[in-house]
Write a protein that binds this ligand. Structure first.
Ligand code: PLP
Length: 258
């Protein structure tokens, strides 16, 4: 798991925002007729507050659509949602401590597919595909699943974007079949601005197994190094993950400069 699942005492008393009102977390409830609850019909965003400023807020709001609201019957037809959207904000404290142990990935058969099935660029409420992938990886001793695209090229993990470092170049997928993460975008920009060669390209598991470093990216975890893919060690325990470390530092500088 790239993020710490440890409970933070400060979150015990937080208030949750639901459609214009605030509720103690124990009282925060949504209707069982909510489209997101019933059918996964909604979009969500994970946004980070650093030094009282929302990170990359415009990019996050561009991706956000919320749930289609309460339905008058538990059927798919969108017109059965009569009362407008449901908007929920869960704002939690989170310690910033990079996962220095790194993560272990396992390749799974589930893919993030073509836009004509469920567009893999949507941050949909329905994470079932990704959760099944994660369970599959967990059962095989992994923290997170490495997912391929429909053509068999390396794509993404179930909850983060994936990068490798090969012969001084940073590689990530073309972005056609994965969530186009905002952290992914910022890492690509950082590479370009710092003359670190970056390629958005198709590559295969063979490239991953022979890479010098690998890391995953996401809003809450920033950059986390990958230590193992399918029982192959990635990186060098003696020399660390120098490119990942450099990018992690540049990303931290960027977010604290906001
Ligand atoms: C499947 C998937 N990939 C990547 C990401 C990372 O995106 P971001 O960097 O915008 O947090 C997420 C975050 O929700 C995700 O669910």
């Amino acid at each position: 798991m790239p993020l710490s699942t440890k409970l933070d005492k400060r979150n015990e008393e937080i208030k949750i925002y639901i459609n214009g009102e605030f509720f103690h977390r124990d009282q925060a409830k949504i209707s069982v007729f909510d489209s997101g609850f019933l059918l996964g019909d909604g979009i969500w965003e994970g946004i980070r507050l650093v030094n009282n400023s929302w990170l990359f807020l415009d990019e996050h709001l561009d991706r956000l659509l919320v749930t289609r609201g309460n339905k008058i019957k538990p059927f798919q037809q969108p017109s059965l949602s009569k009362d407008g959207i449901n908007l929920v904000i869960i704002m939690e404290h989170s310690e910033e401590h990079p996962n220095t142990d790194g993560v272990k990935l396992v390749t799974v058969p589930q893919v993030r597919g073509l836009p004509m099935s469920q567009d893999p660029k949507l941050n949909s409420h329905s994470k079932l595909n990704c959760i099944i992938a994660c369970i599959q990886a967990n059962k095989s001793g992994g923290d997170e699943a490495l997912m391929l695209d429909p053509l068999g090229f390396v794509n993404t993990t179930n909850s983060c974007n994936f990068f490798i470092v090969k012969n001084g170049e940073v590689w990530t997928s073309t972005g056609d079949y994965c969530m186009n993460g905002i952290t992914r975008l910022k890492v690509i920009e950082i590479c370009k601005n710092n003359k670190i060669p970056i390629c958005e390209k198709n590559f295969s598991l063979v490239d991953v197994y022979s890479s010098q470093e690998a890391f995953i990216t996401g809003t809450l975890g920033s950059l986390t190094q990958v230590t193992n893919v399918d029982d192959r060690l990635i990186g060098n325990v003696n020399h660390g993950w120098p490119v990942t470390e450099k990018l992690r530092k540049l990303y931290k500088d960027l977010i604290y400069a906001q």
